[in-house]
Every structure is written in C-alpha cells, then in structure tokens.
Design a protein around this ligand. Structure first.
Ligand SMILES: Cc1ncc(COP(=O)(O)O)c(C=O)c1O
Length: 404
C-alpha cells in the first residue's frame, strides 16, 4: 500500500510525543546480529534493543513459536489461563528459586508488582509501620511513578508532583550507607545485581552478601531487579545464581521475550499468597503469544552451550576493546560481566559517549550508552564470533575518527 506521506525520521517529530530523540536510521529488518535500514545499509547489532534481543533478530525458534501460537490463539485475558503461560511459569519455577510466577508486559510492571507485593506482605505480616523501601542511587527500575521513585535518579522522578512515600536510597557497594538506613521498619530492599543504566557497576561479593544479611537481620524482603541482568545476559540464567545470594522476589523482562513484550515477577509461595485474588492484575499479563515466545527463549538460552558461549564471547569483547584502547587510549576501564559490557571513557572524553555511539552507527555498528561517559554493549547472546570481530573492526574505525 503506498501512503500519501513519507515514513521517515521527519515524521517522528510531526506525530510522536517528543520524549525520545531517536537516530535518523530507521531499521526495517534484521537477521541474527545484522540489521538493515530503509536504504538497505547494513549494521552489526551490539545493542540488542537495549539488552532485549537475547537471541538476535528473527531467531528461527522464536519465529516458529510466534507463528505456531499465532495460528492457535492470541489472547484470552486473565479470566482464563492458557497453556503457554502455564508452561513458561512451570519452567521458570523449575529452573530458579521461585515457586510462583506473575506475568506482566515489561520490566517496570514486574518491578511495580514486586514492590506492591512487598508492601502487602509487610502490611499483613508485620503491620503498617513496616513500609520503608530502600533502593540504590543510580539504580534504574522502570518508568511507572512507583518504580521511577524507587530508582535512584531524581531526574527521572522529579516534575510529576507528589511521589509515593517512604522510599530511601543508599549507595551501591557501600554497606555502611545501607546499614544507616535499614531498620525493622524496612519492608524491602530493591537492587540490581549489576547496575545497568547506572553505569555497568558490578557488586562486590562482600556488598551483595551483606545486603542479604542485613535484610535477614531486619526481616526485610530482598528484591533483585534482573530485568537487564536476567536470561543469561551475565552468563548464568539469572545473575543471583553466580552471586551466592538468593532474593525473595525477582523481576525479569527484556531478554525473557527476546523482543516480544513480557515481564515476570518470581517469588516464593509464602510471599506470593499476599497478592490475593483481585489485589493486582494486567489485561495482557500472561498473553499466550508472549508466553509462547518466552518459553522458546528460555528453552534456547538455558543450555550449557549458550551460557558458556556468553562467557567466551565476553572475553572476545573485552580483549578486543582493550586492544582498541591500547592503540587509541580512550577508555579508563572496560567493565561489566558476560555480555553486558561498559567501556568507560577516560578524562579526555567525558560526556562524549553519545558521540561515540553516533560515530559507531556511521561505521555500521549499533552500540548503547550507559550515562554520558560509558559506551555499553549488550549484543545477542548467540552473536557469532565473526560478527563480534567485524563489529569491533567497525567500532575501531569510529574510535579512530573520534580521536582525530
Ligand atoms: C534494571 C532495569 N529494570 C527495569 C527496567 C525497565 O524495564 P521496561 O523498560 O521494560 O519497563 C530496565 C530498563 O532498562 C532496567 O534496566
């Protein structure tokens, strides 16, 4: 069908709410870790739709699951349950600490459910006094008003009027700052087991174990936001599995759908019972299409080969980025874990991460930023070694241009 208007970047400014500033490039198709735009320019995808496309673009297992379910039934609502939702929930329960699953459509919604559940649990088990929620500065948990307030960046929560109350922020990797805030009135501590948006910051072993310990001491629930770290991104199915710390509630999204919107909140039976019938819900949560795709993602990612592959590919990236840095001296540190990697710009390039991203795009490789001074990489977990190598060659060309 030919339209009477041009579908281009200009149209965005005309018809879209101005809360985003997307690139001029408009991708139209993708296969694996390669993407093509309207002009048929080809890009290597090191961004993965912000840590979402866990299996790249149009992975045959996911296309197959979506097509198969698309011919059966699309939507039922929560008045009825459905087979894909039951299957995915069973597999999540079988493969994690959790005993119960709540489905929704995004990371923010999974966190919103986690926070509401924690408040319910505290109210019913301990009484009104126990309502404080502690999270961490620079943390990110989504854009609903509750999650943005729990997130540790006031810039995202200011300007919308009165905020949900009794939320405090400690410093990440600083146990003393958590100790100073936590008490028996603390209902829950929400934390990313590696801060993503906040700058690719991994927790120290002592810190993350100390957080669990403090929660135990004060009878507070520990909520792990694994929206970005989950589904194999750091080399284990969920990051908690590598940390020796088990949360009480875990949120998952992004990679879980491999590009199809889905979110999940995982918890124990004992805690889950406080979300009684009618206390929370979502029209699309547990949608058959989303859950069929989620099941295919989980089946494909949760294998020793794919998870070991994440660790091996991580080394390729880190070595490649270090080699680029040895030539051009632009980074002060390459950090992160698995396939969530941050290249921290040194003092000569502070605030320039977006310029590196744009330069990389011009050379045919898609990257991300994490804040103003970190270039972030969150590619497909099954990206081929050849695509990594070729993408790094393109990225090096971009770095060379930036240095000039
Ligand atoms: C750790 C974390 N939590 C929550 C979210 C929000 O997820 P969504 O955008 O799907 O609501 C994000 C998104 O970047 C995230 O990285």
């Amino acid at each position: 069908m030919s339209e009477h208007f041009s579908v281009d970047r200009e149209l965005f400014n005309e018809v879209m709410v101005p809360n985003y500033a997307p690139s001029a490039v408009i991708p139209v198709r993708g296969k694996g870790s390669r993407v093509w735009d309207q002009q048929d320019n080809e890009y290597i995808d090191f961004a993965g739709g912000i840590a979402v496309s866990a299996l790249g673009h149009c992975h045959p297992a996911l296309v197959g699951a979506l097509k198969e379910q698309g011919e059966k039934i699309w939507h039922l609502s929560n008045v009825l349950t459905n087979e894909p939702a039951l299957r995915l929930a069973k597999k999540l329960v079988d493969n994690t600490f959790a005993e119960k699953v709540y489905f929704c459509n995004s990371g923010a919604e999974a966190n919103e459910a986690a926070l509401k559940l924690a408040r319910r649990w505290a109210l019913e088990v301990h009484g009104e006094e126990k309502s404080q929620i502690i999270a961490f500065k620079q943390g990110f948990h989504g854009r609903t008003f509750f999650t943005v307030t729990v997130g540790g960046q006031a810039a995202y929560s200011d300007g919308f009027g009165p905020k949900p109350g009794n939320i405090d922020h400690a410093e990440y990797n600083n146990l003393d700052s958590l100790k100073a805030l936590i008490s028996d009135k603390t209902c829950a501590v929400m934390i990313e087991p590696l801060q993503g948006e906040g700058g690719i910051v991994a927790p120290t072993d002592e810190f993350i174990k100390g957080v669990r310990e403090l929660c135990n001491q004060h009878n507070a629930l520990l909520i792990f936001d694994e929206v970005q770290t989950g589904l194999g991104r750091l080399g284990s199915l969920y990051a908690y599995m590598d940390l020796g710390v088990t949360p009480d509630i875990l949120s998952s999204a992004k990679g879980l759908g491999g590009g199809f919107p889905i979110g999940a909140m995982l918890t124990t039976t004992d805690i889950a019972q406080h979300l009684k019938i009618g206390t929370h819900g979502s029209t699309y949560g547990g949608n058959p299409l989303a859950c069929a795709v989620g099941e295919a993602v989980l089946d494909t990612v949760n294998t020793p080969e794919v998870l070991a592959g994440v660790k091996a590919k991580s080394t390729l990236y880190v070595d490649g980025l270090n080699a680029i840095n040895a030539k051009y001296n632009v980074f002060s540190e390459i950090r992160g874990k698995g396939l969530l990697i941050g290249a921290v710009l040194n003092e000569n390039y502070q605030g320039k991460a977006k310029d590196f991203l744009n330069a990389a795009m011009a050379e045919g490789v898609m990257t991300l930023v994490a804040g103003a001074s970190i270039v972030r990489f969150a590619p497909s977990l099954v990206i081929s070694d050849d695509d990594i190598t070729e993408g790094l060659v393109r990225f090096e060309r971009a770095v060379a241009k930036m240095v000039k």
